[in-house]
Design a protein around this ligand. Structure first.
Ligand code: NOJ
Length: 585
């Protein structure tokens, strides 16, 4: 059914690059949707909190921590996959989309958790994996046996015979290394898998698959779920002629590595967007009256910014499907200077469709933690940027503490991707280090679990640096909470954005809205001490500014006054300043 609810009272923003103002905000008729000023917090379920002493995090563990998340200031959580699964890719290999895996709890635990989050005013998103299932899924087992309607639910191809030797139908490679084709003795054909052998790809050229997947989505949405994080959306369609992919020519990669080829025929096909539009309609159909809150879809796809823009809902001011913005994950590193930051940020803002809302990701369960990728000293400054820019902020669990990657030895590796690479090369791709358990306190297993062994090593520094400890002092956690609170301020929701390269290494921006006080963010990415003159870049600022939030290493505290012509910044220090001296703002 086409939903005819009209989104009223919105005003479309726009962006200019020719002047200093890079982003013009919204006017006061804009009614922000719940997910816009929001922080979406990724809970990697296995590592958040174990409630039953088996060394793995679970749903009841998360329920215990709702108050922590409420207090942190997040408004939505996204849970890594909790559906029934053999766990070869830790839940991204689903054998039943409608059941909770027993290692995480029961459907009753899920409902209880959802209720508790909702009572706390926090929305819940589940990670949804439409590209593939587990080979243990009933659909796949029946497809192997050609039992209808499942016969064509997956991508099957006959073998190619080269000099009488059976070989895969083409050269396509799996993201997790090796051929993307696996021979099925049962069916006497190859099936296609973009990820593990045990993760066969669904066939979206089959309309029945569309209906199955939408039914699964409805199943959870009808239970009260607020939306989904959609996994691997760039991978759902493949080119129909199954032509070989071209060699990438990249140096230092093995012929079995995914990077050995370019992927024009297996990634980012235009059909992917069409599929997302079907789901966008589906989630929008849940908004039946004005007071119903929108459900959301957040899409995971690593692709150049321009290729991601079509995924935004068509009427992006009042619809709620959007692609993750990974620009800060993919491009920000220890070499980044102020101009690089400005480019990374403006690339998204300039390319976004008119009136759309941005989002900023800095870490996730597939990439090194931000504090390890950059430097933990710089973490407060990076959070200042992420939280004060216009757009939704996405936080990976533990980043609020500045959690760092844990070292994981070869004998401790659990990530199948890394296991595929073997003992010599596993460090290149291992995702275990960023998935280690959350350090709640300095007790056994950092308060994460009572088990004698937990599934991954906890960072050995947990005794000194943990959530409890950080709650008692000036810390990354406190800075994070201060920033989270500011996000409800109208200037940060509606305001313009003006960005500056204050020096080669000092990046800054202002957020201003009508006559409200202006916020100024300054962050020194360099290893040199800097003194910057803000008035050179924005002469209308007052001569004296007040410190609203300061990084741990700044030497300043909230309420200090600073001279706008000579802002002193230690290496990696960051400040949020404000033009008002009142304590009210
Ligand atoms: C992307 C997920 O984030 C990753 O963890 C997973 O292994 C692959 N998709 C396959 O589902």
């Amino acid at each position: 059914m086409l939903n005819v609810f009209l989104c009223l009272g919105l005003f479309v923003s726009h962006y200019t690059v020719n002047t200093e103002i890079i982003y013009q905000g919204f006017n006061s008729s804009f009614v922000p949707q719940w997910w816009q000023p929001c922080i979406i917090y990724e809970v990697y379920v296995r590592s958040f909190k174990d409630s039953n002493g088996d060394g793995l995090g679970d749903l009841n563990g998360i329920t215990e921590k709702v108050d922590y998340l409420k207090n942190l200031g997040v408004c939505a959580v996204w849970l890594s996959p909790v559906f029934k699964s053999p766990q070869l890719d830790f839940g991204y290999d689903i054998s039943n989309f409608r059941e909770i895996d027993p290692i995480y709890g029961t459907t009753h635990d899920f409902d209880r958790m959802l209720e508790k989050f909702h009572k706390a005013g926090i929305k819940v998103l589940l990670d949804f994996v439409p590209n593939h299932t587990s080979n243990m899924h009933d659909w796949f087992k029946k497809s192997v046996k050609k039992i209808d309607p499942y016969t064509d639910y997956f991508i099957w191809k006959d073998a190619k015979y080269v000099d009488g030797v059976r070989s895969p139908p083409n050269n396509w490679l799996s993201v997790f290394s090796g051929s993307a084709w696996e021979w099925s003795e049962g069916r006497q054909q190859y099936y296609f898998h973009q990820f593990l052998v045990e993760q066969p790809d669904l066939n979206y050229r089959n309309p029945k698959v569309h209906e199955e997947i939408k039914d699964v989505m409805r199943f959870w949405l009808d239970r009260g779920l607020d939306g989904f994080r959609i996994d691997a959306i760039c991978h759902v369609y493949e080119k129909e002629d199954f032509a070989d992919e071209p060699l990438s020519g990249k140096p230092g990669v093995l012929p079995t590595d995914y990077l050995y080829l370019d992927h024009p025929y297996t990634m980012q096909l235009p059909e992917n967007v069409g599929l997302v539009k079907e789901w966008d309609e589906l989630i929008y159909s849940y908004k039946k009256k004005e007071s119903d809150e929108l459900k959301i879809l957040v899409l995971e796809c690593y692709a150049p910014t321009k290729k991601l823009m079509p995924y935004y809902s068509n009427d992006s001011t009042c619809r709620s499907t959007f692609p993750f913005n990974f620009n800060l994950v993919e491009h920000m590193d220890r070499e980044s200077d102020a101009q690089d930051l400005k480019t990374m940020i403006s690339t998204w803002l300039i390319n976004m469709p008119e009136g759309s809302w941005a989002n900023w990701v800095i870490s996730n369960h597939d990439r090194d933690r931000i504090a390890s990728r950059m430097e933990s000293t710089l973490l407060d400054g990076i959070h200042m940027i992420q939280m004060m820019l216009p757009g939704t902020a996405i936080t990976y669990y533990g980043d609020e503490l500045g959690m760092e990657n844990s070292y994981v030895r070869w004998d401790q590796v659990t990530d199948t991707f890394a296991l595929n690479y073997g003992p010599e090369r596993f460090q290149l791709v291992n995702r275990d280090p960023e998935r280690s358990p959350f350090p709640w306190d300095d007790t056994k297993n950092a308060g994460f679990s009572d088990a004698s062994n937990v599934w991954l090593p906890i960072h050995p520094n947990f005794w000194a640096d943990n959530m409890k400890q950080q709650s008692k002092r000036k810390s990354h956690l406190r800075t994070y909470k201060q920033l989270a609170r500011l996000r409800q301020n109208p200037t940060l929701i509606y305001g313009d954005l003006d960005m500056f390269t204050l020096s080669k290494w000092t990046f800054g921006f202002t957020r201003s809205y009508k006559d409200n006080p202006t916020y100024v963010v300054v962050v020194n990415f360099g290893s040199e001490t800097e003194t910057v003159d803000l008035l050179k870049f924005r002469p209308t600022l007052p001569a004296i500014l007040k410190v609203k939030v300061s990084s741990l290493n700044s030497g300043l505290v909230t309420g200090n006054l600073v001279n706008a012509t000579s802002i002193f910044l230690r290496p990696k220090a960051g400040l949020v300043l404000i033009t008002s001296y009142s304590n009210e703002v």
